[in-house]
Write a protein that binds this ligand. Sequence first.
Ligand SMILES: Cc1cc2nc3c(=O)[nH]c(=O)nc-3n(C[C@H](O)[C@H](O)[C@H](O)COP(=O)(O)OP(=O)(O)OC[C@H]3O[C@@H](n4cnc5c(N)ncnc54)[C@H](O)[C@@H]3O)c2cc1C
Length: 461
Amino acid sequence: METSGYDIVVVGAGNAALCSAITASEMGKKVLVLEKAPENQRGGNSKFTRNFRIAHEKGWNGFTQEYSGDEFLSDIRKVTSGISSSEMTRYVVDNSGEAVNWASAHGTKWQKALRSTLHLDRTNLFILGGGKALLNTYFRYLGKFRNCRIVYDSELIKMNVENNTFQSLTASIQGHNVEIKGDAVILGSGGFESNLNILREAWGDATDNFIIRGTSQNTGVPLMEMIRHGAASVGEKNDGHMVGVDARSPKYEGGIVTRVDSVIFGIVVNKFAKRFFDEGYDIWPKRYAISGKLIARQPDQIAFSIFDSKSWGMFIPPLYPPIVENSIETLADRIGLNPDELRKTVTEYNAACPEAPGFDFSGLDGHGTGNIEPAKSNWARRIDTPPFYAYPLRPGLTFTYFGLKVDSQSRVTDVSGNPFNNIWAAGEIMAGNILNNGYLGGLGMTIGTLFGITAGKEASS
Ligand SMILES: Cc1cc2nc3c(=O)[nH]c(=O)nc-3n(C[C@H](O)[C@H](O)[C@H](O)COP(=O)(O)OP(=O)(O)OC[C@H]3O[C@@H](n4cnc5c(N)ncnc54)[C@H](O)[C@@H]3O)c2cc1C
C-alpha cells in the first residue's frame, strides 16, 4: 500500500470517522482510513447503537410530539453538573436535525421506536437495523470513491508531531510497523474504555469485575498519544458511562442486549442483601448512565435487581433469563444471598411503599417510599406477588468521558489553548467537550455525526 501522498488520514472506522471520511472524499480528497479491527469486527461502538437524539417539531420524521431545543439543552444541563463549552453544546442542539438529514442523504433509514424501551420515542430517532446497518451503508457509499482506501487490522501506535503539526503516524498494519504520511489527520478512535490498564489506574482492582459493553478495540492509544504531544484534555479519567449489565455477559462486545432494564421496577441490593441507592431517582435515559458506577462502588462490584411478577413484561428482557423462584428466601438462596437478610430488606421496603395505587411508568410518578434509607423517589410498589425475579448485575462500561479538547472546528487544541495545525478529532474522543461528566441517550451519535462532518470539511478546506 502507499504510505504517503494522502490528503487526510482518518483513524478509526466508527460513525464519526466514517462521517469525516465521506465528507473529505466528497470534497475530492485522497483519504486513507485506518481501522484497528479486522473487517468483520469493524465499526467500533457505533455498530451497537440504535438511535440519534434530536430536537424536532411535531410531525418531523414521524414524531408525534415536539422535543424543543430548549428542552434538549435543559436535559443536557441536567445530566452534566457543568458544561465545558456552552457554545458547542448549543451548536449540537441547534444542528441535531442536520445530523439526521445528513445520515438520511447518505442512505440511512429509520424506524419507529420499540414500545417499552427507555422512553426515548419522543426524543430519539431509531436507525432501521441499528448502527451496524448505518455503518454498512456508509462503508458501501465510501466504496464508490476511488480516492478513499480503508485498511483493516491497522492500529495507530504512535503519532509523530512537531511544532503543533502532524508529520506522520506509525501504524501496525497486519503486524508490520509502517510510517504513514498525510497532510492532515482526523482522530475518530473513540475513548479508552477497552484499556483495562488505564481503567485500573483509576478504578483499581474493581476493574476486574467491569464488563465492557462495546468494542474491545478502543484502547485510547491515539488519545493518549495526543496528550503526550501536549494536547489539552476534557473530562476525568476515572469517569465514564456505566450501566448495570447482566453479570453473565462476556467481558467485551455484549452490546445492547446485556443491559438490564428492570432496575426501576423493584429494588437493587448488594452482596449483603442491602439496598444502596434510590432506584427510582429519574427516568431511564437520564438515570441509567450512572447506575453502573454505583454498582462499581459496592463490594465485589456485584448487585442484584429484585422484582416480582407484577413487573414482568413491563421492560424488554435482556439476553439472559432471570432467576425465578416462588419465595424471596429461595430466590436469595439461588443467587447466593443470605435469605434472612433479603427477606428483611424486602419487608422494610414493602412497609415503606405507599398504600394507595398510583404506579405509573409513563413518567416520574412521584409514587415514592416513606421513611426508609435510601428512599425510592418514584415507582415504589411492593414486591409481594410471586414468582419473584432476580438479575445479577455488574458495572457495564459503555465509554469513557476523558477526551481531547477541541475548538468549534473540531481541531485539537494544546494546553495553551492553541489549535494543532492539521489535527482534528471527532466522536467519542472529543464528546467530553459537550458531555464532560454525564450522558443523555442518543447524543453520542448526534455529536459524532456533526463533528465528524465538521472535521472532514475543515481538514479538506
Ligand atoms: C452497547 C452500546 C449502545 C450504544 N447505543 C447508543 C445509541 O443508541 N445512541 C447513541 O448515540 N450512542 C450510543 N452508544 C454510544 C456510541 O456508541 C458512541 O457515542 C459512538 O458510537 C462513538 O462513535 P465514535 O465513532 O466516536 O467511536 P467508535 O464507534 O467506538 O469508533 C472508534 C473506532 O476507532 C477504532 N480504533 C480505536 N483505536 C484505534 C487505533 N489505535 N488505530 C486505529 N483505529 C482505532 C475502532 O476500531 C473503531 O473503529 C452506545 C454504546 C454502546 C457500547
